[in-house]
Write a protein that binds this ligand. Sequence first.
Ligand code: F6P
Length: 539
Amino acid sequence: MSRAAHEDRPAAAFVRGDRTVAWSGLRGHWQAHGRDLDLRDIFASDPQRFERFSVQAPEVFADLSKQRWDEATKRLLLELAREVGLEARRDALFAGAPVNSTEGRAVLHTALRAPKGQGPFSDEVHEVLERMLAYAEGVRAAGFTDVVNIGIGGSDLGPLMVVRALQPYTQPGLRSHFVSNVDGHDIAPLLAQLDPATTLFIVASKTFTTQETMANAQVARAWFLDSGGTDVAKHFAATTTNVSAAAAFGIDKTFGFWDWVGGRYSLWSAIGLPIAIAIGAQGFRELLAGAHAMDRHFATAPLEENLPALMGLLEVWNRDFHGFASRCVAPYHQGLARLPAYLQQLEMESNGKCVDLDGEPVPFGTSPLVWGEPGTNGQHAFFQMLHQGTDVIPVEFIAVREPAHPHADLQTKLLANCLAQSQALMLGKTAEEAIGEKAPTASPDLDRAVLARHRSFPGNRPSSTLLLERLTPRSLGALVALYEHRVFTSGVVWGINPYDQWGVELGKALCNALLPRFESGDTSGLDTSTAGLLRKLRA
Ligand code: F6P
């Protein structure tokens, strides 16, 4: 696919956040006032706080009022955004400037969801999209029972997360499977249940060189042929930028994409084929439309009301001023169970960097640790630590108002739990409040005051709550695009490149160097730990 004139445009100038006047202002504000902000006090003194710190974006309403910030913080963060040139850098991103500077590439996942005739590379994008959607509809009509996506990282997590989330929109009788790990415990039990006559394998890999994916694809093809499968052309498809490598593997049916689509931003491209097969062409178009609506919001809304920008700025405030090193994502919707895993790659592979665009070490924290589990399950596991542990961990609650099931009572209980958790984190409970309570399991010898301290909660623990009306292809598209642009915003302030991932290369190279040693047993030149472990694993 041709490189376009867009890529010759220079990326907008780079100003690192900590070198701005606003950053010093934020530091002073935090020391004088921001670190002592107490959510209970600021809510008590401002009845309008919910209205003033919530934002309606396309498909997503966000309550940011339970974060430890105030109007002065917000004003300084917006100044910071202006000083680092967030708007110019955003415009450069959308226009196809080579913002991925270490790989000399544009970053144009937004072009994948732009309507026909709009955005860079529209002809190429829509040609593949139409072909891919027509193929997906053909697969849905062809009597396949199982579709197996073989891919890892961005070639797995996005499609997997979306297909799970949109399960009510999927075609009955057509099962979707995702194999990613080079651990044979992933693919082996799956193959044991499949019928080669009615199974389609999609080999998904941007580069078509990834060890895990290539190894699993070989296993799948061998199994297919050994189990009586004959028509590889009908039962294998590939989604890749490396069309010639797919052809060399023996796959004719290939859907391409471009080097300006990052792996973790690729679910909107041909990598979304398993989504299109699962929910149909119309559903996939809705997913793109939702993401495009969020793109327009990010591209045009004033920063004061721009949700991805505000969330990205708040991330910087929490990470670099409050010093919160981790963020918990708690979706109160079982369909979003894989969202935290998806966000781990999106956020940590993007912003887990320690040098800026000039290669200088950054003197502040970048990506927080992102993790989570669906509510209410998390409440019965790690929420104890969120409420009473020694670290403050901001939580991102995601709730969906209208369920896709008929059990209204369960839905009410789910939503009440979600609200109660953010309330409990914020309000806490003092030992004085706890002392009068009956503790059902307390030892009779325990001093009441001691017990009350165990039963107290510090409170003032921040959270955001995102609300969707319903979990649909459109709203999910908007939600994912919101996260993408939030990552971009924080990355601009930090002055880093969110679009490369050199940090995964060293392990890959060392693995390749170790592989022949498993055969030969040669441990020469290895550190004693690696050598000792290798000897044990070979024994
Ligand atoms: O883990 C590194 C990585 O390059 C990810 O960025 C990417 O999503 C994944 O591997 C899979 O790569 P590919 O799609 O080329 O197989």
